[in-house]
Structures are given as C-alpha cells and as structure tokens.
Design a protein around this ligand. Structure first.
Ligand SMILES: Cc1cc2nc3c(=O)[nH]c(=O)nc-3n(C[C@H](O)[C@H](O)[C@H](O)COP(=O)(O)OP(=O)(O)OC[C@H]3O[C@@H](n4cnc5c(N)ncnc54)[C@H](O)[C@@H]3O)c2cc1C
Length: 390
C-alpha cells in the first residue's frame, strides 16, 4: 500500500518527536514518524536528562538556553505529558587547568543573559558544604540548571503531535529512502511505502547505517557510555547540585528522593548500536565511585542501586549536524548530539521545521552545524580535554 504524507520523520527519540510536533504545529499535520522500536528506545531512554547551558560555543549555549523555558513551562508551551523538571543548579568544578575554558564559557553565558558566575574556593565551599574542595579548585555556578525526564519528553511530544493530526508508527523500521532524480520520493518499511517529498533522518546512533544505505558517508560514530546510580542509606533528599567534576573526571546529579546518578562522559570506543554491551562494568563502577567519593565524601556510605550503558552519537567536533543534505532535495539530517542533545531538543525541532518550511532557520543561525563543515575543516571549538560533560 502507498501512503502520501507531508513529511516523514525517521526515528522516535527526543529529536524525531520534537520535529514531528513542530511540523504538525506549523501546518504539516499529515506528517508521519516511523520508529523501528518504541518511543525513546535509543539514546533518549538512557539519557541522564541534565539541563545546563555551560558550553564552549555560542551555538550550543543558545540551543540549550532557548530550550530551557520549554522544560520549565512544559504544560503551557507544549503539554501532552509530564517532563518532571527539577531545578538543582549545575556546577563545573576545575582547577588552574580549566580556568581559561571556564571563564570563556561563563562569558558566553553572561553575554546571552544567562545567570552564571565563577566561584572562588571559599565561595564554592560555602555554597555546597557537602562537596570537598581543594584550595586550588574553583567552580562555575549556574543556579537555574536542573534536569527533566527524556523519555517523558519524547512521549509528550509524540502525544501532542498525534493530537495535532500527525501519525506515530512504532515497530516500523525504515528499510529504504527512495531518491529519484536527486530528490526524495518515498520511504519504505518492509510492508509499506510512504510517498513524501520531505524526509528527516533523526536516527541518533543508527544514522551512519541509514545514510550508508543511500550511499552517503557521514562523520558520525556511536560510542558507548556507562552510568550507574548509588542509593543513600537513609531516605534523605540529596542536597547538592548536579555537577561536572573536571578534576576527578566524573559528573553526577541527584535523582529522585535518595539516588545519585553518576557517569564520566569521556569518549569511549566506537560500537555497533545493534550489538553493544548495555550493562555497566564493575571495574568502571569501582573506579568512578572512588573518584566521586573524593568530591562527596558521604558517597562512601551509599550502595550500588543499578547501572547501564547507552550510546552517544558523536561527530569529530562533538557538535550536532542539523542541515539539508546537499545534492538531495527534501532530505534533512538531525543527528550527532553526543552527550548533550536532550536539553536542546525543543529548539532543535523548531529550527528544523523552519529549515524545512522556509529554507533557513530564523530562530538560530544553523551555519555552525552544517554538514559540510567537516570537509571544509571548519570545526567548532571545545575548551576542555574532558570533552563531554552531560
Ligand atoms: C548515558 C547518556 C547520558 C546522557 N545524558 C544527557 C544529559 O544529561 N543531558 C543531555 O542533554 N543529553 C544527554 N545525553 C544525550 C541525549 O540523550 C541524546 O543526545 C538524545 O537523546 C539524542 O536523541 P535522538 O533523537 O537524536 O536519538 P535517539 O534517542 O537514539 O533516537 C533515535 C531513534 O531512531 C530509531 N531508529 C534508528 N534506525 C531506525 C530505522 N531504520 N527506522 C526507524 N527508526 C529508527 C531508534 O530506534 C531510536 O529510537 C545522554 C546520552 C546518554 C547515552
């Protein structure tokens, strides 16, 4: 059977669902999302959900800054479900090695009107007494930051898109993107053909595979990242913010009533998204737990609750690709969000919709995220060695 649609979005993570919602909101109500599994079954369902704006480039700072109000005011701005926003504040802890990067990132934030500042050791100690700071350490502090529920966000987008008339089809792996005379013609699954002139590929870690099927190489890798949760022995609510610790190479955030989610965010090796090891290694847990205790001594008294591994989708400069695919009319790419896409998803969906409808995004200039930057050698910068703080 052949079905005709305004646009077909491939991938039901937080990007695909945000794009579908924004398309439907802007009149493309006959749009369809095809997801090979269930909503949030890729990186989105394993995301730590941290929302912060501390970045080394203006584009990432803006994507996060402009998305933040959606999470805080979800019911009024989107609706369709609960995204469980919690304000915790976010601290980046470093020493003299990260001072320049931190100062530069804070000045980007401040130039955009974001409340963020550098704290001396004594100010940091006073603000968060449960953290252990050496005299040489400093901190960047962003009080409005927090976290939200990535799966809940994708599900809410999906629900709202369907209310607006769009369709979400689960367990529908796309097998072929059909291109005729240099333009998108249709998209196929094993049982159906969807005629469309607009296809958006938002397949996260599977993006390399899907582009390979149409003969295109994209500089994107799926890498495995482990996180685990420690449970406080009592039922007390953790009274510390989310943080990236550049000295001990960890990040953590309070989770629910008595848990702490912990990871380290560094680049791990490339894996196959269909066969990677989804469990945590005990050696990893021991190593990272020991490092976290250096920062929060009370973490020595916690117990291991659970752990798992998920996938980052990384480009060489750890910035996403949000663009039209050159040479193929109607084909759009939205991938490569590394360990920080969730917090950007509301504005990514909006910008992608503007790009599709108008040929450019009026909300944000997407030039730094164009696909051709890799062959042009014009990569985005990063001020830390510890590259991917959640
Ligand atoms: C451990 C971990 C912690 C993270 N922590 C944070 C954080 O604290 N803050 C933050 O902002 N970001 C974080 N991230 C990053 C964030 O989760 C991702 O950037 C974001 O979820 C990417 O969403 P996506 O929609 O691009 O990809 P995905 O969620 O992977 O969605 C892609 C979807 O495409 C589907 N698909 C693939 N191939 C096909 C096909 N052929 N046909 C149909 N469907 C297909 C997949 O099944 C999948 O559902 C973290 C990620 C991980 C793994």
């Amino acid at each position: 059977m052949t079905i005709t649609s305004d646009a077909v979005v491939v991938g039901g993570g937080v990007m695909g669902t945000s794009i579908l919602y924004n398309l439907a909101l802007n009149g493309m109500t006959r749009s369809i999302l095809l997801e090979k599994n269930i909503i949030g079954s890729g990186s989105t369902g394993r995301s730590s959900g941290v929302l912060r704006t501390h970045y080394s480039t203006e584009i990432c700072t803006k994507l996060s800054q402009l998305s933040y109000p959606y999470f805080v005011n979800w019911d009024e701005m989107v609706g369709g479900g609960n995204v469980s926003f919690v304000k915790t504040g976010y601290m980046v802890i470093g020493d003299e090695n990260s001072l320049n990067g931190m100062t530069q990132n804070i000045s980007i934030q401040n130039s955009l009107g974001i409340n963020s500042k550098l704290l001396s050791t004594s100010e940091a100690r006073e603000l968060i007494p449960s953290f252990n700071f050496k005299d040489s350490e400093i901190a960047a502090w962003e009080p409005e930051a927090g976290h939200a529920d990535p799966s809940g966000t994708a599900l809410a987008y999906s629900a709202r898109a369907r209310e607006l008339g769009a369709q979400v089809l689960l367990e529908s792996p796309v097998t072929e993107i059909n291109i005729q005379n240099g333009r998108v013609n249709s998209i196929s699954t094993a049982s159906e053909k969807y005629e469309t002139s607009v296809a958006i590929i938002a397949t996260g870690p599977w993006s390399t595979k899907i582009f390979k099927n149409i003969g295109l190489e994209i500089p994107v890798e799926a890498t495995r990242h482990q996180v685990f949760l420690l449970r406080n022995s009592g039922n007390e609510i953790p009274s510390y913010p989310a943080a990236a610790d550049l000295v001990n190479l960890t990040y953590f955030k309070p989770e629910g009533a008595n848990l702490t989610l912990i990871g380290n965010g560094n680049i791990e090796s490339k894996v196959d998204p269909d066969t990677y090891n989804q469990k945590t290694d005990m050696g990893y847990v021991e190593d990272i737990w020991t490092r976290v205790v250096k920062r929060i001594p009370s973490m020595a008294d916690t117990e291991l609750y659970t752990g798992y591994a998920g996938l980052y989708t990384s480009t060489p400069d750890l910035h996403p690709i949000i663009d039209k695919v050159p040479g193929i009319d109607g084909l759009f790419i939205c991938t490569g969000f590394s360990g920080h896409g969730f917090k950007m998803s509301p504005v990514v969906g909006l910008c992608m919709t503007e790009l599709i409808l108008n040929g450019y995004s009026s909300t944000l200039d997407l030039h730094p995220l164009r696909i051709t930057r890799f062959e042009e050698g014009d990569l985005n910068g990063n001020s830390y060695d510890f590259k991917v703080i959640a």
